[in-house]
Design a protein. Structure first.
Length: 275
């Protein structure tokens, strides 16, 4: 006669019918990677664990972080390149903006250089376009906007949000971008002039000239966007808002000494005021 198959509780060392104390619901690993967030890299997890107040937790083993699917998966639609062509760079009435950064995006202080770009996303209702403004010293996303078009108003909304975060004190800040039609347009030149922003642009077709913005898109897509499926524009907007709050307030950045952009800006204020 075949012996009875052990239950999950006895197989994994728990004699009672109650769930194991080290289950995923109560595991410390769940507190490192909350279920509504995304799988962060191992070095971020180590930094999070080592900075906890209880040193005894540092010696515990944490469960492996795996991909989590959420919601119904929708087939990603391929873009019709004839329909969704990126506007060509338009000619400035006098001369095109020059590259003011010399590829040194972090110039040692907050609000020295901002970078911006537009990326393609999609949801169950169709294609979407995301524009963001990031401070290259603190790595903080200052403003962003999402729309079903990629007209100049998309960039203007992100710039206005970034200026609002800085309380309008942005005169002399360099806004670096590529030579997309939205950034070279007359309307964009007027918006930057009103806020005192200095426009800077890289060479046409050279992605390395806007490496700061491209780095942000890589992080957003690998850590959040590609791990979820979105049914509507509202669902996509809410998800991005949730992630960007995490990115600014909680996510640890190796370039900042494994602290969040908000914590970095708070720590940098006394030094910047004294200088």
């Amino acid at each position: 006669m075949r012996p009875p198959t052990p239950t999950d509780s006895t197989r994994y060392g728990c004699r009672s019918s109650a769930p194991c104390a080290s289950s995923a619901a109560t595991s410390p690993g769940r507190r490192v990677f909350p279920p509504n967030r995304l799988a962060t890299s191992l070095r971020h997890a180590v930094a999070e664990i080592l900075q906890r107040p209880n040193p005894a937790r540092r010696h515990r083993t944490y469960p492996r972080v795996t991909k989590r699917a959420s919601g119904t998966k929708f087939p990603r639609k391929t873009l019709d390149h004839k329909k969704h062509q990126t506007p060509r760079a338009t000619r400035h009435p006098t001369h095109p903006p020059t590259k003011l950064t010399a590829l040194v995006f972090d110039q040692g202080r907050i609000d020295a250089v901002w970078t911006s770009d537009i990326t393609y996303l999609t949801c169950g209702e169709g294609d979407a376009f995301l524009c963001a403004i990031r401070d290259e010293h603190s790595r903080r996303v200052l403003g962003w906007s999402l729309a079903d078009h990629m007209r100049t108003e998309l960039v203007e909304a992100a710039v206005d949000a970034a200026v609002f975060i800085r309380a309008g004190n942005v005169a002399g800040t360099i806004l670096h971008a590529d030579r997309g039609g939205q950034f070279t347009s007359h309307d964009m030149a007027q918006v930057c002039s009103e806020h005192g922003l200095l426009r800077s642009m890289g060479a046409t077709g050279i992605c390395w000239d806007n490496a700061g913005a491209e780095s942000l898109w890589s992080t957003v897509k690998h850590e959040y966007y590609k791990r979820h499926a979105f049914t509507t524009y509202a669902n996509l907007t809410a998800g991005l808002d949730n992630y960007i709050r995490f990115y600014n307030h909680e996510r640890r950045h190796s370039s900042l000494g494994m602290i969040s952009p908000i914590d970095f800006e708070i720590a940098s204020q006394p030094r910047q005021q004294s200088s």
